[in-house]
Design a binder for this molecule. Structure first.
Ligand code: F6R
Length: 630
């Protein structure tokens, strides 16, 4: 039996660590300030002076932490700092990092998600460990303590290193870790698996960080740690060990960064939107992580907080949201109806809240929101509650208003989305909706064990497929360069491709100010076809699937009227090339997962067209990241 998968981890937080000849607190605080742009809800730093550990943590912003440190400074030339963006477990001082073991001698900061943490926590509790936070991170400190203080490791100058190595063997999940101990105050340990971590080097001063901007003021000489590597930072230098435990020659690995601070915040990308588009494989992976049982047969959604008997009785689902989140809901309708055979209605939240909707006992409402602060979505949740209905939300921000007002929440683990146009939030919302559909399918008995296993296996391959999709970027750029001068565009799709068409059109209009509309492909002949001429690019979702032939017929209709067609086709579909002007290929995946891949070239197309038109895609005119007014 697998371990219970809850998500108290954080995969998008900031880490900074320092060992050298300077005052650590100042360097750590500065590093955290430089990570502020990423978003966070709590922060903390720890230093070791002699053998004395000091920790300061706060819920709130770095300015508050700075104030606390001004009033009560902490000293030492080694330390760790962290900004936390909670993905589960409320933002609070107790949940903020750094965390410690029972003895208080081991200090750690962590980004990532420990999947088997509940199982480990239970075992550690039985062995007498006392926990002070709800985080998964704290178990790592206690696990190291087990080996560090129990005599399992023979006392020597590398006790901590050995204890860490033993603890890592027990941990499943993703992590970037900074670790130190007051018993060995001259070393900092850094290791990673699935979460980024870098080392910075500058003559007797060494740094670890989750992101380049945190240490760019001090050094441009960086080592990017790879999964399974472990580094020991001391004032005398850095030792780096490979996954096989063998020492690695540092010189080969040092990279000189040429970025300025502005570029570094975006990890070298010119805009947050592009960075976030490229983060999608990681974001999707994080959203999946821990929600699949180790044998790949089951979906775990403990966050649902509604028992399976109650869920079994649900006979109608209402999905409500705004903008891009609403488009995710429209795809959710296809997924849930197809897979779990529960009738679904999807409604824009602003409409839903004012039309006196009918909510019966067997109705479940699902609210979708990236920010968790959208006024109309909140209004819709309140409307459901007023009618004594239940709401689960799909949300990206822990502790947001939508989360607080919902009966249960399933988090997307997209990480902070800074670009105003939603990209990674959308694909992670779709990932959750797919998970939810399979979960309901199992409960309702519309999926047998074999079918569920196959769908879960498809899901597991999705991050890899997303990477493959992003490799088509150059083709998208070519098309953007050809079409950026047009003033209008039409997006057509059928089935799940229709909401993808809506989303593609929304992306284009909001970041490039080109007028774009999405339609169900068959609807075109009921009016929009009158717009077709050689100046009207028509982007058609023509992926292989049950309605492929019908979409080819729609393409013929456009071509017959002199229209210009850009098709999104399944990789390997050579036939379509003869029928259209341009093709963008999407890697093959199962039909229910195809919208997640298909939207990515449309996001990229909107982005590159906006850049060609000299628009700032990160801050489109008249738009705000969260719409807190009706
Ligand atoms: C479009 C976009 C908006 C949001 C909408 C809802 O790119 O970002 O349409 O999707 O304002 O916002 P959330 O999801 O925060 O409720």
């Amino acid at each position: 039996m697998g371990t219970a998968p809850i998500f108290p981890g954080e995969n998008v937080c900031g880490i900074i660590g320092y060992i050298g000849n300077e005052d650590a607190a100042e360097i750590l605080l500065d590093g955290l300030k430089r990570l502020e742009y990423r978003g966070y809800d709590s922060a903390g730093i720890a230093t070791i002076d002699g053998e004395h550990i000091s920790i300061k943590r706060i819920k709130g912003n770095i300015a508050l932490l700075e104030k606390v440190l001004e009033e009560k400074p902490i000293y030492g030339k080694i330390g760790l700092g962290h900004t936390r963006w909670a993905t589960h477990g409320q933002p609070s001082e107790e949940n903020a990092h750094p965390h410690r073991d029972c003895t208080g001698t081991i200090v750690i900061v962590h980004n990532g998600i420990i999947e088997n943490y509940l199982l480990l926590k239970e075992k550690l509790k039985k062995r007498g460990h006392r926990f002070k936070s709800e985080t998964d991170t704290e178990i790592i400190a206690h696990l190291i303590e087990e080996y560090y203080h129990s005599g399992v490791v023979h006392r020597s100058c590398d006790d901590l290193e050995k204890a860490v190595r033993r603890a890592l063997k027990k941990i499943e999940g993703s992590y970037a870790l900074g670790i130190m101990s007051s018993r060995e105050p001259d070393k900092l340990i850094a290791t990673r698996n699935g979460s980024p971590l870098i080392i910075g080097l500058k003559d007797g001063n060494y740094f670890i960080a989750s992101d380049v901007p945190a240490i760019l003021r001090h050094t441009k000489d960086i080592i990017y740690l790879e999964d399974g590597e472990l580094a020991i930072l001391a004032r005398t230098g850095v030792r780096l060990y490979g996954q096989n435990g063998k020492l690695i020659r540092l010189e080969r690995r040092i990279k000189r960064i040429s970025w300025d601070v502005n570029m570094a915040e975006k990890e070298g990308y010119p805009h947050f939107m592009l960075k976030e588009i490229h983060e999608q494989p990681r974001a999707i992976e994080d959203t999946i992580l821990g929600r699949i049982s180790p044998d790949g047969a089951d979906i775990h959604l403990e966050e649902m907080a509604l028992n399976k008997n109650k869920l079994k009785k649900i006979n109608r689902i209402i999905i409500t949201a705004c903008g891009t989140s609403w488009h995710a809901g429209l795809i959710g309708e296809y997924l849930i109806e197809e897979i779990a055979r529960i009738p679904v209605e999807v409604e824009n939240a602003a409409e839903f809240r004012y039309r006196n909707p009918i909510i019966t006992d067997d109705t479940l409402a699902i609210a979708i929101s990236q920010s968790g602060e959208t006024a109309d979505t909140l209004g819709a949740i309140r409307e459901v509650h007023q009618k004594k209905g239940r709401v689960i939300s799909i949300c990206n921000v822990v502790g947001s208003s939508v989360v607080r007002e919902s009966d249960a929440v399933i988090y997307t683990h997209a990480g902070p989305e800074i670009g105003v146009a939603s990209t990674k939030a959308f694909t992670t919302q779709l990932t959750v909706l797919y998970i939810l559909a399979v979960y309901f399918g199992k409960i309702k008995g519309t999926l047998n064990a074999e079918q569920a296993k196959k769908m879960i296996a498809d899901l597991r391959r999705l991050p890899q497929k997303t990477e493959e999709m992003l490799k088509q970027e150059k083709e998208v750029i070519k098309i953007a360069n050809k079409f950026y001068r047009h003033r209008n565009a039409i997006y057509l799709g059928r089935g799940k491709g229709y909401p993808v068409a809506l989303e593609g059109a929304l992306k284009l209009k909001e970041v490039s100010y080109i007028h774009a509309e999405g339609y169900p492909a068959a609807e075109m002949k009921h009016g929009p076809i009158a717009l077709i001429d050689k100046n009207m690019p028509v982007i058609v979702l023509a992926l292989k699937g049950s309605r492929y032939d019908k979409i080819l017929a729609n393409i013929e209709e456009v071509k017959a009227r002199g229209g210009v067609v850009i098709a999104l086709a399944t990789m390997g579909d050579r036939k379509i090339k003869e029928k259209v002007d341009e093709v963008l290929y999407v890697p093959e995946t199962s039909i229910p997962l195809s919208p997640i891949l298909a939207v990515i070239p449309l996001q990229l197309l909107a982005y590159y067209i906006a850049v060609k038109r000299k628009c700032n895609p990160d801050q489109p005119r008249h738009l705000a990241k969260s719409v807190t007014v009706e």
